[in-house]
Structure formats: C-alpha cells, structure tokens
Ligand binder design. Structure first.
Ligand code: TXA
Ligand code: MG
Length: 345
C-alpha cells in the first residue's frame, strides 16, 4: 500500500503488481531502468501516451522509446532485421535503443512515434523494469521521467520532485546504475546513424553493424532531407486556425461549434483527447477522397495545446531546418495563433 499523500512505493512484488494494473488501466507509472527513471504508459493507447506529454509539459511531441522484454516482443512491433538481431543479442537487455520501421499490424499508438513510420524500441536491464514489463504484458512507452526542460531523474525522489502528483505511482528501485540515457541507433535507413549518444559507446556498435553514418555536430541527429521526409506530414496542404472549410478542404474541428467538420479532434475541447486523435485524424483526412487540402480549427495554446500547435505548424511547413524532434532542438514558442480571416460567403 502506498501511504497517503505520496506515491513513492518501494518496488516489491506487490507494488509491481499494482503498477502493472495501473498501466493496464491507462495510467502513468514511473519506474527505474538501468539508465534513468522512465515515465511509463501503455504504448498501445493513444490517450495514455497523450497523458505522458501532458504530465511532462513537453512543448512538442517527441517520439518516445517503447520498452519491451526482449527481441521477440520487439519483433511484434517493428521490422527486425539481421543487424537488429545481432545488436539485441549482444546488448539487450541494456542501454541501446533501436529505431526501425513500424509494423503495419503493431497496434502501437501513432503518438508514441510522433507520427513517424519508425519506432524506437529497447529492452531495459533493470530487474524492476523487467518485472513490470512481464507483469503488465504491454509494450511500455517511457521517456525520461523529468518535467520538460529538467534533467533526467536517476532516483525516485528526483521523479517525485519533478512529477510528484502527475503520476499514479513511482516505483522506487534505488539509484540508476548507468545514469545517462540509452544510445539511440537509427537502423531504418541504408546506413546506421547514432541519433543520441548514450550508455553503449559508438565504438562498441561498429563491429556489429559496420561504419556509422556521420552524426550531426555535437552528436545530434543528421538533418538530411531523407530523414526529415520520414517525419510525417500530410501530403495535402494544411491551413491552420480555420473556422470553416473552403471549397475542397476537409475541416478538422476542435471543440463545440464544429458540427459540420469532417472530423473533430475533441468535440468537448479536451486537449488530451485531441492529442490522442491528432495523428490518426491527420492521416485519415489526408487519405479521404474528394479533398485537396486540410483546414484545421484553432487549438487552445495552453497545456498539451502547445505541443499540438507545434506539430501542426511543422506539418504545415514541412522539411524546414526547424523540423527536428530531438530534445536538443528548439521548440516553437507557445503563442496563441492568430485566427485567419474567413472569406465572406
Ligand atoms: O535511457 C533511455 O533511453 C530512457 C529510459 C527511460 O529508457 N528513455 C529516454 O526517453 O531517454 P526520451 O523520450 O527522453 O528520449 C527518446 C529519444 C529522443 O531523443 C527521441 O528523439 C528519440 O529517442 N526517438 C524516439 N523515437 C524515435 C524515432 N522513431 N526516430 C528517431 N528518434 C527517435
Ligand atoms: Mg529525456
């Protein structure tokens, strides 16, 4: 039992069982991994993943790492190739994250990979993380369990200080052994690329996968056009802050007053629901026959609305220098968008 007033629970068998039940019911649980504490949610639930972004107060939707027990579980989510198998054999469980194409039948949330066609997956090497994954039987999405802009937490107290009342439970498994995040290796292109240096050094990867493509300055991601193209943006032009559809436009509503819209991100104006629907609805309207463009209703610029607006702005102007989802990249400022003037009709 967790004492009243705080949610830190020593990670014994009973607490892990409780935490697994919380994850299965769509709630957030912070848990230790060997690298840093993660803020976990069911990676198959758009609403649970949206709640991660809401809890962290992230100004944008970065793709998250999906945690699995082993390569067999990973192979149900992503297209595993020979290189991935060899790396997993050598480094899993451990601080290496592999980015590979999403399987069409994975049933993973679209928000978990921020609309990308690839998914980052890793098997953590911490007894509590492993027991939790086994007990819940879910792939678990988990960014580092810090509030946006703060450093990654390596103790349960760090997590509580940052996210305290925003999580259903913090499993306390003591301080993290590695203390820095996992290495993120992108295997989705012709040449492997280290997107983030971390717990497994690059030199250790080369014998298994051959030479790595050059990473960007300061170890950040390569901003090649090829990589940017994989960041999902609708093929049809996007008009933001629209109050009604012009001819040929599919209107994506938000909140009440959009009864005539093709789809509505959240008829009640709920930002978590809107975030959960965002990528699936953009994709649906991009494919819907009979439209040449998408018109998007104004979204409140607070809470998760900031990340939604950030993503929409990037989708409206794709493949710019600014289109970088990594933690290092600057987030677009969260300002209330101006409402476009509607044509008189
Ligand atoms: O050690 C870790 O990796 C910790 C523990 C909790 O596992 N997790 C973590 O997650 O650091 P997060 O969300 O803070 O960092 C995820 C990193 C980001 O740099 C993100 O851009 C990258 O992984 N990433 C995730 N999915 C990606 C994808 N599909 N393509 C490219 N990069 C991706
Ligand atoms: Mg982080």
């Amino acid at each position: 039992m967790i004492p009243d007033g705080h949610r830190i629970a020593p990670a014994d068998a009973a607490a892990i069982t409780d935490a697994a039940a919380l994850l299965r019911s769509g709630q957030l649980v912070a848990f230790p991994t060997e690298t840093v504490y993660g803020l976990g949610a069911d990676a198959g639930s758009e609403a649970a993943v949206a709640a991660i972004f809401e809890a962290k107060g992230r100004p944008r939707f970065n793709p998250l790492i999906v945690h699995v027990p082993d390569i067999e579980a990973a192979a149900r989510l992503i297209q595993v190739d020979e290189r991935a198998r060899a790396l997993a054999e050598r480094f899993w469980p451990g601080p290496l994250t592999l980015v590979l194409p999403r399987r069409a039948d994975s049933r993973l949330s679209l928000l978990v990979s921020a609309g990308l066609d690839t998914v980052a997956v890793r098997a953590p090497d911490h007894p509590v993380a492993r027991a939790l994954l086994e007990a819940c039987g879910l792939p678990v999405a988990a960014p580092s369990a810090n509030a946006s802009g703060r450093i990654s937490p390596t103790t349960a107290a760090d997590v509580a200080a940052d996210l305290g009342d925003r999580v259903a439970m913090v499993l306390d498994g003591g301080p993290c052994r590695v203390g820095i995040e996992s290495t993120v290796l992108d295997l989705s292109g012709p040449r492997p690329v280290v997107l983030r240096p971390g717990g497994v050094p690059e030199e250790a990867l080369i014998p298994l996968v051959g030479p790595l493509a050059a990473s960007g300055a300061d170890g950040g991601p390569v901003r090649s056009p090829g990589m940017l193209r994989r960041h999902y943006a609708p093929a049809r032009p996007l008009r933001l802050n629209a109050l009604s559809a012009q001819p040929g436009e599919a209107l994506l509503g938000f909140g009440p007053g959009f009864e005539g819209a093709a789809l509505n991100l959240s008829p009640t104006g709920d930002l978590i629901e809107a975030a959960a629907n965002l990528f699936a609805m953009l994709r649906a309207l991009d494919r819907a026959p009979g439209y040449r463009a998408l018109a998007i209703a104004p979204i409140h610029a607070h809470g998760l609305g900031c990340a939604i607006n950030d993503r929409l702005r990037r989708a409206a102007t794709p493949e710019t220098e600014d289109d970088d989802w990594n933690d290092r990249g600057p987030a677009a400022p969260c300002v209330l968008p101006s409402i476009e003037e509607e044509p008189q009709s």
